[in-house]
Ligand binder design. Sequence first.
Ligand code: HEC
Ligand code: HEC
Length: 379
Amino acid sequence: MDRRARKFIALCASALIGVYGSAVQAELSPQQLLGKFLFFDEDLSEPAGQSCASCHHPDAGFADPDTHLPVSEGVIPGRFGGRNSPSAAYAVFFPEFSYINNVAIGGQFWDGRAANLTEQAKGPFLNPVEMNNPNKATVIADIQASSYVGLFEQVCGPIVDIDAAYDCTAEAIAAYEGTDELNKFTSKFDLVMAGQARFTRQERRGRMLFNGRALCSQCHLSGGMMGRGGMGGMGGMGGSSDPVLFTDFRYHNLGLPKNTEYPLDQQPANSVDLGLGGVLGVASENGKFKTPHLRNIAMTPPFMHNGLLKTLKEVVHFYNTRDIPGLWNPPEVAENVETRLLGDLGLTSSEEDAIVAFMLTFTDGYTPSGGSGGGHGHH
Ligand code: HEC
Ligand code: HEC
């Protein structure tokens, strides 16, 4: 049996039982199943060897499993993108990008430059620092040579027009990204909200701070009594309220310093990442990046668009102490820095720890008996 055939059978099996061992897995539609094949297919890069999952791996919360680098390496060794890989899980909940009355909401990527998941999925195949195909035709040719070409034609029709086939490819990937396999809502947080588990004393203290004095829920909406999110917080478990995603879907400049570690140090010395402002060409948006959801956050270090902060403790410490002189380097983009909601929160070290403990409950795969709430709950 050749490599492709073995991989096809392995993927079929994993599609039936779920790649990472979840016992009950909703059945995927043909389009979603096609999207899964495409998402995990390492033959769709040029040369072969990199799939979407290489930088968005299930075991790493659908972010980059390589935590040593602040950014991700493409299929060509030594080529790096300029930003940290975010999670592809729960991305489906960001609404379509809009910019109305000077307020940007939703969209994909740290800077919102793709309107939605379908538009996003068209990018990586052709990006020289990612999957490096010279054009759409090479991607479609690889699909034509794949073991799942029959399923592709069932979903997308016979391959006659390259553009149409490419669009259908992106739609299938987006459909897969919308399934339960990426959006599980099985964290300790969800179970507690559904009345099926209890926070520890430290986690409860962290939640109070997150929703209260530490101001986190002002941007990472938590459905809590003091947050701005929907009340009740049934997670995604079928309650009537909106699922809790820990984001306001908006853009802010946190005043993060430039990251000068390798390979970002290869960029021109005076290069500045303008984020949303660079996309819109609007100076009042310079330095702003999308508020990420915090689901599975313990699994996706390093943190922030430039991977500057390595641990959750360091993240909370940054919010807590950014404005204390001498502690942090100046912001990469000094305009539009958010000053109201962070910078000098006056939290003690044990309060910082409690907020971290609360965020560890956002990891999917929690089991009430013996589960830790943090780490890889599905093992
Ligand atoms: C080489 C690593 C790499 C590969 C391969 C890759 N990505 Fe990404 N992905 C990234 C990085 C880095 C970003 C953030 C880039 C930015 O914001 O400018 C990103 C962003 C995203 C986002 C946006 C999430 C959000 O919250 O904004 C989604 C969704 C996504 N990728 C899905 C995919 C899909 C689907 C594929 C395959 C077609 C893919 N990625 C291939 C590194 C990668
Ligand atoms: C003003 C809005 C705002 C507030 C307040 C806020 N955040 Fe954030 N948070 C963001 C934005 C925006 C980002 C991404 C910034 C970037 O990368 O440039 C972010 C990023 C993060 C990340 C990294 C996510 C990742 O995928 O890398 C964590 C963790 C986090 N915030 C936790 C917190 C905690 C804990 C608090 C309270 C102590 C908090 N945030 C307060 C807006 C906010």
